[in-house]
Each structure stands twice: as C-alpha cells, then as structure tokens.
Design a binder for this molecule. Structure first.
Ligand SMILES: *[C@@H]1O[C@H](CO)[C@@H](O)[C@H](O)[C@H]1NC(C)=O
Ligand SMILES: *[C@@H]1O[C@H](CO)[C@@H](O)[C@H](O)[C@H]1NC(C)=O
Ligand SMILES: *[C@@H]1O[C@H](CO)[C@@H](O)[C@H](O)[C@H]1NC(C)=O
Ligand SMILES: *[C@@H]1O[C@H](CO)[C@@H](O)[C@H](O)[C@H]1NC(C)=O
Ligand SMILES: *[C@@H]1O[C@H](CO)[C@@H](O)[C@H](O)[C@H]1NC(C)=O
Length: 282
C-alpha cells in the first residue's frame, strides 16, 4: 500500500517534475488531493465537494445508518502535502442500541459513557438509591442479532418496615411496605384524620422511610340546636363529645312533640353532627 501511494501521485508534485512542463499535463494539480477514500460503512459528511481539495483540508466521515463510530478510531482524513489523503480505516461497527432503561437500576458509570455496544458486549447495572440488590446478576448482553438479552428489574425497592399506628388509628392493607408503597390510615370511630390520610414509603437521602404519619383527633360535636320554650341538659357544657346524647325538656305548660333525645354521630368521620331534629315545645 505504501509503495503504491508513493509511486503514483506524489510524482506530479516532485520538485524535479516542477521544473518541467510535464507536471502541467498530468491529471490533478500539484498540492491538491483527488477523490476521497471510500469506506464501506461511512460517507463523507460534506458531499458537495468531490475533488480538488487543497493541502491540509480535513474531511470527516459519518457512519451509515445502523453503524456506530468505534471509540478510538479516527473518522477524519487530511490532505497531505504529497497530494495524498492520510490513511483511514473502517471506523464504524454494528452496535446494539442504547441498553434498556430500568426503573430500579441505572447503567454503571463505565457503561453509561459508551455508545458503541458490539455483539457480545456485557453491560452492568447498579441499583438506584431507593432500591437494593437481589440474587439476580445485574448484567445484560448484546446478542448477535444486535438486540439486548431481556433485562428484568434487577433491584427491589428498599423496605420502610412495618408502618406505625397513629394513636386512635391504624394503617389498612399494609401488605406492601417497599419503596413507592402507599398505605391508608384509618382513624377509630369518633376520631378524624388530621393531615394526609395515607403514608408513603419514600426516599430520604439514600434511605427510605414512611412519610409523616397523620394524627387522629377526637371528633367534637357542633353546638346542639336550641329550642323555644324548652331546654336541653347539655347547655352547661362547653363542648360535647362524639357519641354523647342530649335530652330536651319543655317549660311548664308546654308539651314536647318529636324525639326528646338527639345523638352526636358522624358522617365519614369528618365532623360530629346531631342526628334527627330537635323536638318542639307547644
Ligand atoms: C434475537 O436473538 C434472540 C436469541 O437468539 C431471540 O430471542 C430474539 O427474538 C431475537 N430478536 C430479534 C429481534 O430477532
Ligand atoms: C359510640 O357508640 C357506639 C354505639 O353505642 C359504640 O359502638 C362506639 O364504640 C362508640 N364510639 C365511641 C368512640 O365511643
Ligand atoms: C342528658 O340526659 C340523658 C338522659 O338522662 C343522658 O343519657 C345524657 O347523657 C345526658 N346528657 C348530658 C350531656 O348530660
Ligand atoms: C299553667 O297552667 C295552669 C292552668 O291553666 C295555670 O294555673 C298555671 O299558672 C300555669 N303555669 C305557668 C307557669 O304558666
Ligand atoms: C340517632 O342515633 C341513635 C344512636 O345511634 C339512634 O338510636 C337513633 O335512632 C338515631 N335517630 C335518628 C333520627 O336517626
């Protein structure tokens, strides 16, 4: 190769030839390169120019579709002073596409920096911060047909442990306590939830923990209705508790119609409400 290269073209630029007219009659001009070298898996980026490249011109190639530049190989040629293009060898290779993205793991730093994955390449994953290793080996391989061996979720969410009970309440259906789990908190009868009615196993730094537990607060009843010509036995109390009852009595010479007692109950554990309606004194 080297022999051929020196024998053909530099001849027309040889100092001795420059003395004669012959140089002008030879094809190609001195100090210029001819057609670009051909590569089987790449094309020149600039296809407008096909010849007549002055010395020192740099031309870059692009890999054909389905091929990827092999790291460390040059994709550029330079027109040398001997009117020859510098050497270039095939720099594009077939590659798997980018490795599969996973919810539980990311590519190792080393593999993340690559973009050329020829058949047979192994890439490894590391668990994301909220996840931990399982017995699965977190590696996948680029197959001969340039697809990846199917990658399962290699890592498992870290566990937040058994959720705590709020006072006067409890978690319901706490079967999953790993990262991402959401568990509802239900307050006992007569208590209502204050704060978000659920907890979530979430990431804090590089550990997981349950989000803040809501509190269960005793339901207090709204003031009971007053009636004319009568009174009830709860009027001396500042507040009445859930489940309490009050009984109405009419003034002398008035008779009571309706139910004498009403009860403080609750709808959806939101607030204490008096059931039924207060009686009338006629
Ligand atoms: C690639 O090869 C693997 C293993 O031989 C095979 O399971 C998979 O279906 C092939 N994929 C395609 C797209 O041909
Ligand atoms: C309210 O009363 C009902 C029925 O009498 C009872 O089952 C329930 O435990 C009581 N709740 C509270 C919070 O005292
Ligand atoms: C009012 O009287 C009734 C009947 O005696 C009783 O059950 C209830 O607890 C009393 N309520 C209050 C607030 O004292
Ligand atoms: C109640 O009615 C009776 C008979 O009609 C009457 O004598 C009495 O004074 C009345 N009492 C009151 C407190 O109005
Ligand atoms: C109110 O609640 C009490 C106690 O649960 C019940 O016995 C009564 O029937 C209720 N009254 C009405 C009108 O719903």
């Amino acid at each position: 190769m080297v022999f051929v290269a020196t024998a053909v073209s530099p001849a027309r630029c040889h100092p001795l030839w420059l003395l004669g007219f012959v140089a002008l009659l030879l094809p190609g001009a001195c100090g210029q390169c001819g057609a670009l070298p051909r590569l089987s898996h790449a094309l020149p980026s600039d296809t407008n120019r096909t010849e007549g490249f002055p010395t020192n011109t740099q031309m870059t190639y692009k890999c054909l579709e389905g091929f990827v530049k092999i790291p460390g190989k040059s994709d550029t040629v330079v027109c040398l002073s001997n009117s020859q293009w510098s050497n270039i060898e095939e720099f594009c290779g077939r590659s798997c596409p980018a490795p599969p993205r996973l919810k539980s793991a990311v590519l190792s730093d080393e593999d993340l920096r690559k973009n050329y994955y020829p058949a047979g390449t192994n890439v490894s994953y590391v668990c994301r911060p909220a996840y931990e290793r399982t017995e699965l080996s977190p590696v996948t391989t680029c197959l001969e047909n340039l697809t990846w061996v199917e990658a399962p979720e290699f890592c498992l969410g870290k566990s937040c442990g058994v959720p705590k009970n709020p006072e006067h309440g409890r978690p319901v259906d706490a079967t999953n306590n790993r990262f991402g789990a959401k568990v509802n908190i239900l307050c006992d009868d007569g208590y209502r939830v204050s704060g978000r009615p659920f907890i979530q196993c979430s990431l804090n730094g590089d550990q997981v923990e349950w989000s803040e537990l809501p509190t269960c607060q005793a339901i207090t009843c709204s003031p009971p209705p007053n009636i004319t010509n009568g009174m009830h036995n709860g009027s001396h109390l500042e507040s009445l508790d859930y489940n309490s009852s009050i009984t109405y009595k009419c003034d002398h010479n008035f008779s009571l119609t309706g139910e004498a007692s009403i009860y403080c109950t609750t709808r959806d554990n939101i607030n204490g409400v008096w059931n039924g309606s207060a009686p009338e004194c006629k």
